[in-house]
Ligand binder design. Structure first.
Ligand SMILES: [Fe+2]
Length: 254
């Protein structure tokens, strides 16, 4: 049985409630420390997510597609491209709004993680300021040297600054690749963005999984697996990675 798990967008049936919001849990049970769901909001509708105390859960919203805004009591963040949002725990309620001018529903990947002692240490001693809203065009860029030359590598949620969670992305046009690498401590999800299509593979204990992924697909690869991906001529390479560091990062934060 494949150890790389994939949630295919084409298999998802969105059933909207009376407020115009559909929520579909995905990859259930694959990572015991983080629950994922897909959320879709119809044009002109709002979603008011549940909020959690710092000791309960952390949560991350990745806007995969659609336009609108996120409104807190103090601020409004315009969603005019893919973006990530992390609220400040239970400090304030907020709504996510899909523009009535949208031709299609807004699509969100929503992750709710468990709080580990490392999270508590980081989140109460030193962490990024919250709420965090960052569009992908606002990401800072990093460079890894096992990638094709022109790959843009994005950081959206910096490692070690949000407890065990981090997020970034990869953008290029085929032919291109991210070479084989391993994260011994990181559970990793890939979220394939609109217009993108490429081949992803992972290897563990002599077993190799190789899959074609396309826009809206979300994969999960457990820590300790060598993995990489490539994109053919004429294909777009655009995905978000999201990670959870199983036992937290080494070293003392405070
Ligand atoms: Fe990776």
């Amino acid at each position: 049985m494949a150890f790389v798990k994939v949630s295919r967008e084409k298999d998802i049936v969105y059933q909207y409630d009376e407020s115009g919001v559909a929520r579909v849990p995905i990859l259930v049970g694959e990572c015991k420390d983080c629950a994922l769901e897909r959320v879709a909001i119809l044009p002109g509708c709002d979603w008011s997510p549940e909020i959690y105390k710092l000791e309960e859960h952390n949560q991350v919203f990745l806007i995969m597609d659609g336009e609108g805004y996120i409104r807190t009591p103090r601020r409004v963040f315009n969603i005019d491209e893919q973006a990530v949002f992390v609220p400040e725990f239970d400090k304030e309620h907020f709504i996510i709004h899909c523009s009535p001018k949208s031709e299609k529903p807004m699509k969100i990947m929503h992750a709710v993680s468990e709080i580990h002692p490392f999270d508590l240490d980081c989140l109460t001693n030193a962490r990024m300021a919250l709420p965090r809203f960052r569009r992908i065009s606002e990401a800072w860029l990093y460079k890894e040297f096992n990638t094709a030359e022109n790959v843009q590598q994005l950081t959206l949620l910096e490692h070690r600054n949000l407890g065990r969670l981090s997020m970034g992305g990869t953008i290029d046009k085929g032919p291109t690749k991210v070479g084989t690498h391993i994260h011994n401590e990181l559970e990793q999800w890939y979220i394939v963005l609109p217009g993108s299509k490429f081949t992803y593979y992972a290897e563990r204990d002599g077993e190799r999984d190789e899959i074609r992924v396309t826009e809206g697909d979300i994969t999960f690869t457990p820590h300790g697996s060598h993995h990489g991906s490539w994109c053919e001529e004429g294909e777009n390479y655009k995905y978000i990675w999201f990670e959870l560091c199983t036992d937290g990062y080494p070293g003392n934060i405070s």
